[in-house]
Design a protein around this ligand. Sequence first.
Ligand code: BG6
Length: 487
Amino acid sequence: MTSSCPPPIQAAPVNLVVFGATGDLAMRKIYPALASLCKNGLLSRDSRILAVGRKDFSTRQYARLLDEKLAAAIPQACMDDLVPRISYLSLDPDDPESGLALSLALGELDEESPKNRLFYLAVPPGAYIPLATMLGEAGLGREEEDRSVSIVVEKPFGRDLPTAQELDTVLHRYFKERQIFRIDHYMAKETVQNVLLLRFANALFEPVWNRRYIDHIRITAAETLGIGHRAGFYDQAGVLRDMFQNHMMMLLSLCAMEPPSVFKAELVRDERSKVFRALRPLDLERLDEQLILGQYGPGMADGQAVPGYLQEPGVPADSTTPTFAWLKVYLDNWRWQGVPFHLCSGKRLEAKHTEISVQFKSVPVSMFRKTEGDIVPPNRLVIGIHPHEVVRLEVQTKGQGSSLCLQGQSMEFSYGAGSGLGRLDDYAKVLLDCITGDQTLFWRQDAVELCWGFLTPILDRCDCPDNKLPLHTYAAGGPGPKAAQRS
Ligand code: BG6
């Protein structure tokens, strides 16, 4: 069947300001994403990039740095297209003159006519408030009739409910909610977006997508990597802040939300927030039935011996930060009453796989008792997010032969088998949506706060010095804590 996807429309020209322009995020994600937009003809020729950093570079020196850092990741033709549009501004946000300097630099980029502006804070979270304040105080948050202004922040949005609210208060002092783009790169994955199309563009699934037919849903994001050089961030965050507060909750909302009447950003976001509002608060007295935390010990990865979390450079020897969590959540609403959602994510596990597995209930009675016993294996729908981009329905069929026997079979569709034409990677997609002003795939503040509100009681327990939550050690490169394998 042919795809009916129209090619995306090129966005209006934009002046993109990248704060943190010499940092890891800019080099690893933002520039490759911009190059991909250039290559696909999705970045208007008149768009300009203002790279802002503390380091004292000229534009020419910065261009040389880009050449060095990006040569392996971006084809030369794309670099030739992109680099001439980039200028560098060295800026110290603590300097009271910095807002003015930025305004002047942006004015020059406008050339003949005003262009939309996008401020991307590719900086550590501690710099969000000072930078947003600097922009706001310089009047750079204000939109004009012929110019939109947006600001992009990456997760983590705070480290708990109060700090998330504090960040939001500052952002809202200078920007309206529709100007704020809170990125969750999981949402930009094609296979994640596909969850809603699979559910709501097929008459087949919705009638059984509820507590009557579904036994449980398991959402897994397993990684083989350790924490690498991110000890400073990770030891403060742990898996609950790093993966659950954002990506896992987002996947949960897509599995559980109601269909909006129209596929429009605010309506989709309303439905996602309703899911978070239905989260049943965790019972802190019986937390061990709903939460298993783990931390990787030494083990093997890719055939090599690797250190445990406590031996990673920069991690305190007595750290109790979890690198693995299994969390069972319930939603108190009509559709999902009594259906457990198992959320599981960890680092240094045996394989990288992110998937949603929908386990249906067994048939009410087995009419094959004589041959097959009482239990007929139930159906399962697996939505592979990464790296196996599949949708697989596991069904029972008749095994070939003269006697009657059941045989489990899979009906599988593979995303990877498509042409891939016009496909954008995660960051190119989110950047394009920021430029075009489409907030469908981004977090809205009410949802951020609902999720923090849900998780903060357990985060408080984890952060507390006399934390009594058990922490299960698991071998790097293995299946994770034993206790979680039974869940
Ligand atoms: C990031 C986390 O948001 O997501 C990382 O900070 C994690 O710790 C990464 O490794 C996982 O993303 P992906 O796309 O590789 O599953």
